[in-house]
Design a protein around this ligand. Sequence first.
Ligand SMILES: [Fe+2]
Ligand SMILES: [Fe+2]
Length: 410
Amino acid sequence: MIRKISTKSLEVGMFVSDVGRTWLNHPWKSKSRLLTERSEIDELIAFGIEEVYIDTGKSVKSPQAPPKPRPTSPDIKRVVRAPVNASKPVEPTVPMETEFPKAAKAYAKALDTSKALVAACRMNKRIEVNEVQEDVDELVESVSRNRDALTALIKLRHFDDYTYTHSLNVSVLSISAGKTLGLTNQELKILGLGTMFHDLGKLRIPDNILNKPGKLSDDEFAIMRSHAALSAEILTEQNLNVDDQVIKVARSHHERIDGSGYPDHLQGDQIPPLATICGLSDVYDALTSDRVYHKGMLPHDALKFIYSLRGSHFQPDWVDRFVQSVGIYPPGSVVELNTGHRAVVMEVHNRSLLTPLIKVVADPNGQLYQRTKLVDLSKPAENQGWTINRVVPPSEAGFEPANFFNFTAQ
Ligand SMILES: [Fe+2]
Ligand SMILES: [Fe+2]
C-alpha cells in the first residue's frame, strides 16, 4: 500500500517509493529506495523535502544489513550487474592539496604522450604502447589516491586543444567511473589504455568531414562512423601486445543497447562493459568541451542529456553509476550558494552528490575573500545552512577557479 508521510516520520527500514521530485531536485539517484541509513532521511530533510510516498508492502523493519566484503578480483560483468547501491563510495586516501600537483604532472605527461601518439598515427609510425601504458598507470594510481584531483584538472584545463585532450579526458573519466564501479587496478589499466586509443580512427577521416561545422550529409556521416572500426584496425594492424579488451573498447565505444550504434549494431549485454564506460565518458566529454563552433554544456546539463538516453542508448544502471561517479557538481565547478556566496567545488561525495566539499571564495557581492574557507556541505556542523543554488558558467564566475587549486599550467 502506498502512503504519503512526513519525512520527519521516516524510519530506517521503510521503502520510499517516490520522493515526489524530478531527479535533479532530490539528493538520490532514483526516486525510490529502501532506507538503510539514518543519513538518507537526513539528506531528504536537509534538501527541504517535507513529504514522501512510502510503499508499506516493500518496507521492512530490519536494521541495516552488514556490507558485503569486496571481492578481490571482480568479474567485470558481475560488478556491472550488481545493484547500483552496491557501488562503494571511493574515499580518498590522500587529500586534494597533496594529490593535485601530482595529478597535474601526470596529466601533463599523458597529454604530451597523447600528442606524440597522434603524430605517430598521422605518419603511420609505430605506436609506443609501453609509453602510453606507463602514463595510464600513473593516471590509475592518481585516481586510486584521490579520484577528484584528475577530474578537477579536466574541468580546469579548458584552454587545451580538444584533438589531444579528448582521448585523455575520456580516459580519466572512464578510470574514475571504473573505480566507482569497483574494477581492479588491472582492469582500470586496460580501460585506460583502450580509451586513450578509442578515436585513433578519426585520424583517417578527411579533415573537411571531421571538422565540418554544419550538419553532415548521410554519406559523410557514414564515413565519420567508420572511425570506430578504423581505431580497432589501426591497433590490430600494428600487432600491439595489448589485451583484447583494449581493441574492443576502441571498436565498440559507439554501440548502444537498442542496436542503433555502430559498427556492429550490438545490443544490450553484447556490448563489452569497458566499451560502455568509454561510451558514456565519450558523450559526456564531447558535450561539456568547448569547441571551435560551440561552447560546452554545463556538467549537469550534459548529465541530463545522458539521462535522457537511459534505457535506449545505455543500460539504466550504467547511467546511474556514471552520474554517481561524475557528480552533479564535478570538482572545479563554480557554484552559487543560497546566500549568494560563490564557491568552487573541490571534492564530490559519491553518496551525496548535492553536498560536495566546497571552497567558499567570494561574498554575495562577488568580492573575493583574502582567506578562503573549506566547507563540507554534507556535514550539518559545517554547512551553516548553505545549499547550492545554481552552477555558475565559467564565463560569469569573475575569477579563475583553477587558482583555488594552486594550479599551475604546464
Ligand atoms: Fe568515437
Ligand atoms: Fe571520442
